[in-house]
Ligand binder design. Sequence first.
Ligand SMILES: [Zn+2]
Length: 70
Amino acid sequence: MPEISRCLNHPEREAALKCEKHGRGLCARCLQENPRCFDPELYCKFRPQCLIHFQEKELRRQAARAGQAG
Ligand SMILES: [Zn+2]
């Protein structure tokens, strides 16, 4: 049976997305509030398709847009 990956911050929750490189995941809540690449400094061959990374960029873009309002 495949192991269910858990949220890195919330071990009691199932991970919604998983880092392919580290095999660690984040739950839906963490993805909404604080999606973070686990190793942003290092080259990662999965990064172009990493949804955690994508979500992180998306959140930053939204924040930038909100900051520009007004
Ligand atoms: Zn979490």
